[in-house]
Design a protein around this ligand. Structure first.
Ligand SMILES: Cc1ncc(COP(=O)(O)O)c(C=O)c1O
Length: 390
């Protein structure tokens, strides 16, 4: 490089190979592409997910570390990291469905997923039938010759209904259908849907996997490589790839997932139990409470019941608004799964795309508040919640 003029030398800076040791943490490979010595190797790399790294929209060593980490945790063969949870869900559904196909989805879904499925129906000619998350007979009855897949959430948003994964995945498999499970609320620490027969697991890594409310990301894990390769080809066309820095933030958060999850679950149990006994609260929707419709199933399926729940206030919408204005420690904000406790009003925010009938069918009322319990001290959280209720 010393032969070149300064203008050229500022562009082509030296790269330091790391030899004889390696970094403790996964480095951020902040590059959009990779350099090849051999044009034939480069040409091959473009066509295969297992070849050398080639271009950032395909994957990247930092992104691949995240893909391998979560695929391993979920017991899958491979994963595709994306720029958001919706990016992962879109990549999977659009990668596997075509006009004329039919899918079966559980009725109680994250609002963004429900809105996306309505769009598939309205604009792409893909039809949907909604069934309860724990009813394999309804799944069998909904099956048509053109049905391709079943879509479930391990723990649903915001009513925390638990899907009967063993029964639903077995029914789907019998019928030759693929099962896709959104495992965002549970994470692989509370549930590994592939062990129950799921084919694909999707995550919003924005939530518990990253855990610090500082990144938006998503990921799809595939039980087998054939399915992964099929979707990988579509993923690079769709272009919903994860950015290396975002992937690095998720990887960093992942290292403390087990500790955080334990605390989220314990704090949620404490608050849900105390709220259930409060006179201003008519119902608490947390699957660890015996009053919850998923309680028995949750006890069989999950070692912990998650850190998110909803509760209904006796005073309806006005009480809900008053509560959200009155909390001081908990923050009125979208999202969940971070270290801070967040509250929101599902009917007007995360689930605003649902009609009044759909909200009612999902049990989401005007006075329903969702709380994503953080890892603060439980007594400080209860003091905040109880002063806001008062
Ligand atoms: C269960 C669930 N799945 C998917 C998503 C979408 O994730 P993202 O916001 O990262 O696109 C969310 C977002 O809240 C969610 O709660």
């Amino acid at each position: 490089m010393t032969d070149y003029r300064p203008e050229t030398r500022t562009v082509h800076v030296p790269q330091v190979p790391v030899e004889g040791s390696h970094p403790i943490t996964v480095p951020i490979y902040q590059t959009s592409g990779f350099v090849f010595d051999d044009p034939a190797v480069m040409a091959d790399a473009m066509g295969s997910p297992s070849g050398p790294f080639v271009y950032g929209r395909y994957t990247n060593p930092t992104v691949r570390s995240l893909e391998l980490a979560v695929a391993g945790l979920e017991g899958g063969a491979a994963a595709i990291a994306t720029g958001s949870g919706m990016g992962a869900i879109n990549t999977v559904l659009l990668g596997l469905l075509k006009p004329g196909d039919h899918l079966i989805a559980q009725r109680s879904l994250y609002g963004g997923t429900a809105a996306m499925i309505s769009d598939l129906v309205g604009r792409f000619g893909i039809d949907v039938t909604y069934v309860p998350e724990n009813d394999p007979a309804a799944l069998r009855a909904a099956r048509r010759p053109e049905t391709k897949l079943v879509y479930l959430e391990t723990i649903s948003n915001p009513m925390t209904l638990v899907a009967d994964l063993p029964a639903m995945c077995a029914a789907a498999r019998e019928l030759g259908l693929l099962t896709v499970v959104d495992n965002t609320f549970a994470t692989a620490l509370l549930c590994r849907p592939i062990e129950h027969g799921a084919d694909i697991v999707v995550h919003s890594t924005t939530k518990y996997l990253s855990g610090h409310t500082d990144v938006v990301g998503g990921l799809a894990v595939f039980a087998d490589t054939g399915l992964y390769e099929r979707v990988w080809h579509f993923a690079i066309e769709l272009g919903a790839a994860a950015d290396p820095f975002a992937a690095w933030l998720v990887l960093r958060g992942l290292q403390t997932l087990a500790l955080r999850m334990e605390r989220h679950c314990a704090n949620a149990e404490y608050l849900a139990t105390r709220l259930a006994g409060h006179p201003a609260v008519t119902a608490v929707h947390w699957p660890g409470l015996p009053s919850h419709p998923s309680y028995e199933l949750a006890r069989k399926l999950l070692p912990g019941f998650g850190g998110v729940f909803s509760f209904d206030l006796a005073g309806g919408r006005a009480a809900g608004e008053h509560f959200m204005k009155s909390v001081r420690l908990a923050l009125l904000a979208p999202s969940l799964g971070g270290v801070e406790t967040l509250v929101l009003h599902p009917a007007t925010t995360s689930h605003r795309s649902l009609t009044a009938e759909e909200l009612a069918a999902n049990g989401i009322g005007e006075g329903t508040v969702r709380i994503a319990v953080g890892i603060e001290h439980p007594e400080d959280l209860w003091a905040d919640v109880s002063q806001a209720l008062a």
